[in-house]
Ligand binder design. Sequence first.
Ligand SMILES: Nc1ncnc2c1ncn2[C@@H]1O[C@H](COP(=O)(O)OP(=O)(O)OP(=O)(O)O)[C@@H](O)[C@H]1O
Length: 667
Amino acid sequence: MAKKQKQRGSLRGEEHVEAAAAAPHEDAPAPNAEEEAAAQGAGGAGSEVEDGRSADAASGGVEEGKEEEAAAAEEEEREVTFDELGLDEQLKRALRKKGLTKTTPIQREAIPLILEGKDVVAKAKTGSGKTFAYLLPLLQELLKLCKDGRIRKSAPNALILVPTRELCQQVYNEASSLLELCTSKLKIVQVTASMSDKDIKLALSGPPNILVTTPACVAACISKGIVQGSSIKESLSMMILDEADLLLSYRCEDDLKALVPHIPRSCQSILMSATSSPDIDKLTKLLLHNPFVLTLTEVGHAKDDVVPRNVQQFWIKLPPIFCPQISCSAKDKMLYILSLLKLELIQKKVLIFVNSIDNAFRLRLFLEKFAIRSAVLNAELPQNSRLHIIEAFNARLFDYLIATDDNKTKEAKQTNKESKKDSKGPRKHLQQTLDAEFGVVRGIDFKNVFTVVNFDMPPNPAGYIHRIGRTGRANKTGASISLVSPEEEDVFEEIEHMLQDVEKKDTNCILPFPLLTKNAVESLRYRTQDVARSVTSRDIQEARRQDVKNEILNSEKLKAHFEENPTDLDLLKHDKLLTNKSIPAHLRDVPEYLIDPTTKEASNAVKLSRAAMGLDNPRRKKRMGFRSGSGKSSDPLRTFSAEGKSRGRRGKEREGDDRRKRRKAEI
Ligand SMILES: Nc1ncnc2c1ncn2[C@@H]1O[C@H](COP(=O)(O)OP(=O)(O)OP(=O)(O)O)[C@@H](O)[C@H]1O
């Protein structure tokens, strides 16, 4: 035990030398799974750090375990600032400018280890700040190499590999903003498979110091000779595998294997993950050398190392209905989600997960008929649109986002197969190929999502954890509600068991949602059934086609416009109505007489807590830098001009005329 405590303390102090005696690439045995599990089980609250020699420290009596837990809790509750981690002054300044002073547990544990040059496998729950945990030491290392004039320049010095394009963009944004605030000359680029070879060559000319990309893209660059394997071998000093638990599920294994021969032995490798899985072990063996395995649990609390403690999880089980068609439970789900949203029983912003694109549009059309606007995020949309939808949602331009969370649904496979089959002949429908590098949801840092709703249950527990992880990020509070139909009971049980197992709890971690009464649901049943019936498959296909068409048209214009006017994001209207029929008053507002007193009370309580959190203050939008008004005159898609910004009086007059002409044409 003493050894273990030393190890904990060591990460922040002088005892580190003893605990972390293994050199980064020494051939000491790596910890095996049993040792790792034993050490995790004994640790209780806080973090655990292991190297190949320390797993025996996990043994000890119950008393010792308690003492250790208390000591660890005390130690962990001490807040550690970024200033205490020995970071470069430039980085500390950048963090201060970002308003970040205190580290999260994964940051305070991982940063010193990475700064020491160790290979690290870090497992910490969703939203716990893993990105800065590797970005800060990575930038520190490169700044140092730059200052010492030791930077090798035939290829990138650092490689950040992520499973999806959306994550490429997110990591690129975080790193670029840090570099900007550091006023550093380090160059960072992102390249993805959607770029042409010419653009990739251009981006990599220089070459950049940091390359953010996907394994598929980097493997393609090597095989096409855009990047020479020998240059990588000469220049690469650090490699990060972010969201590593997802990398293999994006069929990246072969691409990573193709990269292995070009990684120099001296390269420091870091693997970040939100969940444990055999895939992580596989990747660790493939790419890391005798790594430290860092498993972070909740600070000062009992083990709950998968779902953040500040997220309350609820279920609503749909009663079995005697009906041979599956669509019966789908319609019932419509009733439940309408009750939750219309009776205002959940906090906004809300992220709603469905398992197919059709379901997403069915739900969007259905909600629209009750004057509830939402946007749909899916693999069919062009990448620019997907990024804009995420940014607009993050900026609170709309409150409800319906998302399909990956591209491996049955529907997706089918669509891709069909579009391949059709690719030679004329296409009957506007059918988009689904983006193989799509993954808008997993790992994406949605800002201030309060509630995650599983309209459809995810296919497995890992999917559940990643979905729920979109709320409760950076220690914010959040809630999740899973609508469980009788057909989904099995997967729900699997999820419950997994949570009980990993969190070592006898009681259920997911509780029945207490605010929705049977009366409240039944009061809306009649009109829900009517409206749900009116959303036909044809409407769904039409809405889907229309949405893709609009987004493709907008995509290029938006890209150019927002490059010039980044503050105009508020004018995006991804939650535009799909139909132009007016909404009858009885569907727009729920009549008072339909709402039972208990529900009214619950709804008021939700509104009060919303107000208490300052979410209803209209001035908030102004403070956040949003423009008021969204008239046509300020819509970038309507005022977009290829002439750019240089406009004298005559230019403005001409532009006014053009705009009038354009409007006429649109009308
Ligand atoms: N020290 C900090 N203090 C406050 N906020 C932080 C800190 N570090 C990171 N954050 C914020 O926390 C949020 C989540 O961080 P990040 O995306 O790195 O989490 P993650 O662990 O990678 O999550 P996931 O596994 O879901 O990808 C981000 O909005 C980030 O800006």
